[in-house]
Ligand binder design. Structure first.
Ligand code: SIN
Length: 328
């Protein structure tokens, strides 16, 4: 009887080892809409590389860049349906799930990425990572892209030059109000459709970071850019609560460590990526980059800043004040 028991226990243990050794790895699909040569594209690839080094055989990461798998309109729903496990949408694309993240779209809120980091590292900034937990979304980290620049078929030295022009915006009511404040005509459009819309004249202008402008070749179809730095394009790396909670503890802990490491790297190199992209755009000779004078920039600020009052109530004054304090 005793021998039988030992044999049964040994077979069960061996079977367990066998099953573990041959268990299929957990697959993490990471979908995004930008090119691989951008801060987010590089971050996604770095995440894949580190996971496959440190969790070899246990976790496999599949990265789908350039909206190959899901685009702006469907990626968050796909995440909630577990068709994809990690995405990093622009903070402007969450308004159906929370109003507080509209903060990040307020024009002229942040002077630069140092001010953004100052806020995101603060208690209110960190708190915002949990702003969609009641919707089943877990915020894992913030990733930087950079400050946005304006472009159009005409030089936009002052806001009156934008009046009547159609500008592509992300799906954000704050961005809509920002362009309405300068009497322009904002059009919500998916990122993957912007190049064609600019080329065919469906829209006149756009706002984006140098790295997106370069990698999407917007500079080939826009004769004038202004280094306006008027707004921010940053991301929240998210997963679904259901997927994250379902992971074995040791794997979740290792993934959290990797995400921290990749976040530090992305947020460290994002500025340089944008500077490099700007240089390549200038060297292309295909467009003109206009430097605004302090006076011109002040006119843009004065025209757009009233938008803050429209959204402060929805966002929460404490967040607006804490973020604004980082640019003082
Ligand atoms: C992105 O950087 O993910 C896309 C931003 C945009 O839609 O302009």
């Amino acid at each position: 009887m005793f021998k039988f028991l030992i044999r049964a226990l040994l077979s069960a243990a061996l079977l367990g080892l066998y099953t573990n050794a041959f268990a299929a790895p957990i697959v993490i699909k990471f979908s995004h809409v930008v090119s691989e040569n951008t801060p987010k594209g590089k971050g996604a690839n770095m995440f894949k590389q580190l996971v496959e080094e440190r969790l070899a055989g246990k976790v496999e990461v599949q990265v789908f860049p350039s909206a190959q798998l899901f685009g702006d309109a469907d990626e968050i729903i796909a995440l909630l349906k577990n068709d994809v496990q990690i995405i990093a949408p622009a903070l402007s694309k969450f308004s159906k799930f929370t109003k507080v993240l509209q903060l990040y779209d307020l024009p002229f809120l942040f002077n630069d990425l140092n001010a953004v980091a100052c806020f995101q590292d603060s208690p209110p900034g960190k708190e915002m990572l949990d702003s969609m937990s009641s919707k089943g979304i877990k915020g894992l980290a913030y990733w930087h892209n950079g400050m946005k620049q304006l472009s159009a078929p005409v030089p936009l030295r002052t806001p009156d030059a934008a009046a009547g022009l159609k500008f592509r915006i992300m799906s954000s009511d704050v961005l809509q109000a920002q362009f309405q404040a300068v009497n322009a005509n904002p059009q919500k459009l998916a990122f993957s459709e912007v190049y064609l819309a600019l080329q065919t004249g469906q829209i006149d202008g756009q706002e984006n970071t140098w790295s997106n402008i370069y990698s999407q070749k917007f500079f080939e179809v826009q004769p004038y850019f202004e280094e306006s730095n008027h707004g921010l394009l940053d991301y929240m790396l998210i997963t679904s609560q259901r997927f994250w909670k379902g992971l074995p503890d040791d794997i979740r802990t290792e993934l959290e460590k990797i995400i921290m490491e990749v976040t530090d790297a992305v947020n460290g190199f994002a500025s340089q990526e944008n500077e490099d992209a700007k240089k390549l755009i200038m060297e292309s000779g295909k467009t003109e980059i206009i430097q605004l004078t302090a006076e011109e920039k002040e006119k843009w600020r004065a025209a757009m800043k009233p938008v803050w009052d429209q959204f402060k109530g929805d966002i929460g004054a404490k967040y607006v004040e804490a973020a604004a304090a980082c640019s003082k």
